[in-house]
Design a binder for this molecule. Structure first.
Ligand code: AMP
Length: 208
């Protein structure tokens, strides 16, 4: 089973992906986490990504697509994956379609967590404050300026990804402002109903 979790920064994608990983034996692939790891290691990719990430802009598609292709080839991805933070652009979505098809795989669900910008800003600032209080260094982009940048990047470049999956009749929207448990239950309901109409005829009308 391969799932995409979409939604703006701070929508709770990481939290829900971790829950899905435990429940269904899938592997969470978070491009944000992978990139932060590369930055920490000081790899060539990390060096290229560091400044871009701190500004809240998007890392170039070719670097992301290459990173995902390498990750998907790992044995722990055999049962399926939950993409968290990917795809962020239409080019990435198209590359993912091709990558899956070339490997005889498919997408089973595309789920978007819908949230209110001001509510998630509060969440992100809360996360930074918690990190500080616990003696951990907060994420470099957990501040209002980076957040607004990331929202702008999300709206500009990622917003087109939603219609991409909508046009394929694959997108299910869930209210991300509910409690973690309620969001989890809604996601389960989507997965139990067989995903988002993937591989099925459209519920209304269908192809003419
Ligand atoms: P995230 O943890 O998903 O919010 O990602 C943190 C930062 O990593 C983003 O603001 C981008 O700079 C970069 N990033 C993560 N995933 C992607 C992606 N799929 N495409 C481009 N940049 C990404």
């Amino acid at each position: 089973m391969n799932i995409i979790l979409m939604g703006p920064p701070g929508a709770g994608k990481g939290t829900q992906a971790a829950l899905l990983e435990k429940k269904y034996g899938l592997k969470q692939i978070s491009t944000g986490d992978m990139l932060r790891e590369e930055v920490k290691k000081g790899s060539a990719l990390g060096k290229k990504a560091k400044e871009i990430m701190e500004k809240g802009e998007l890392v170039p598609d070719d670097l992301i697509i290459n990173m995902i292709a390498l990750r998907m080839a790992q044995p722990d991805c055999v049962k399926g994956v939950i993409f968290d933070g990917f795809p962020r652009t239409v080019a990435q979505a198209e590359a993912l379609d091709k990558m899956l098809a070339d490997n005889g795989k498919k997408l089973d669900a595309v789920i978007e967590l819908e949230v209110d910008e001001d509510v998630i800003l509060k969440r992100i600032l809360g996360r930074a404050a918690e990190d500080k209080a616990a003696g951990r260094e907060p994420r470099k982009d957990d501040n209002e300026e980076s957040f607004r940048e990331r929202m702008a990047a999300y709206r500009k470049k990622t917003a087109p990804v939603t219609p991409y999956y909508e046009a394929k009749n694959m997108l299910k929207k869930i209210n991300g402002l509910q409690s973690i448990e309620e969001v989890e239950a809604d996601i389960d309901a989507v997965l139990k109903s067989g995903g988002n109409g993937v591989g099925k005829k459209a519920a209304f009308g269908g192809p003419k």
